[in-house]
Ligand binder design. Structure first.
Ligand SMILES: C[S@@+](CC[C@H](N)C(=O)[O-])C[C@H]1O[C@@H](n2cnc3c(N)ncnc32)[C@H](O)[C@@H]1O
Length: 232
């Protein structure tokens, strides 16, 4: 029986190390945890969701794929009602506001270098990256995955305060540049197009933030040669 795991979730799994104890918050169907256990990657998985229906679905799937004995199931808003004995927290398929709220409400214990956070955010990625750095987190690695027409970014994040992070970094992180994933040119083009539209809108409305976004656009333009030039 094949686990129906998307490339997006597979990319999240690729950041998990052998033996990690994983907490998948917002697990829904539970396939990420099931995959990690059937592949012998995770040693245990906490499955949690804010809604009863998804959690029941994760339990049913865990029985179907024979992984239930290495999983625990928790109805929880974020990490509020889950055990803290995990190494890696996964938040996938959620918007930036939800992810920020989950981390914010557990900041007193989650802002700790012993945890790694794997974040796959569906919206407002520059805002999330900026917020993470403002809160003392650092992106350790970032990669891309495509499902259908969407390109997703997946970040591995650690608590490691004191690292500078520019406005342009929050749009295309240095870690994403470093990774040089085959999807990077396409992702970069989409990000740059979005910023170009923002600049045009600001020019029309006379927004006082225009100079900031013009500098951002020129910094993104400077990345172009590195992004396209590195292709083999
Ligand atoms: C779009 S699904 C993503 C499921 C899976 N993680 C994935 O990436 O395919 C989002 C899931 O997150 C859950 N969720 C939303 N807000 C949450 C929160 N604050 N705490 C826990 N789960 C949440 C929803 O109930 C839903 O099951």
């Amino acid at each position: 029986m094949k686990i129906p795991l998307s490339d997006r979730l597979l990319a999240c799994c690729n950041f998990v190390r052998r033996g990690d104890r994983v907490a998948d918050v917002g697990c829904d169907h539970g396939y990420l945890g099931i995959y990690l256990l059937t592949q012998g990657i995770a040693s245990s998985v906490i499955e949690s969701d804010v809604a009863e229906g998804p959690l029941q679905s994760a339990m049913r799937n865990a029985v179907k794929f024979g992984t239930k004995n290495k999983m625990s199931f928790h109805l929880s808003d974020g990490v509020q009602n889950i055990p803290r004995d995990f190494d890696v927290l996964v938040c996938a398929g959620m918007g930036a506001d939800t992810i920020m709220s989950i981390i914010h409400h557990a900041y007193d214990w989650l802002a700790d270098p012993k945890y790694r956070l794997i974040l796959q955010c569906q919206s407002k990625r520059p805002e999330l990256r900026r917020w993470l750095y403002d809160k003392g987190f650092r992106i350790n690695r970032e990669t891309l995955a495509k499902d259908g027409k969407f390109i997703y970014t997946i970040m591995e994040v650690v608590f490691d305060p004191g690292h500078p992070f520019s406005h342009a970094d929050s749009y295309i992180s240095p870690q994403l540049l470093e990774n040089n994933h085959p999807l990077l040119p396409e992702y970069y083009a989409r990000v740059k197009h979005g910023v170009e539209l923002t600049v045009m809108g600001m020019q029309r409305s006379g927004d006082d933030q225009l100079p900031v976004y013009e500098v951002l656009l020129s910094t993104l333009n400077e990345m172009e040669e590195r992004i396209y030039g590195n292709r083999s």
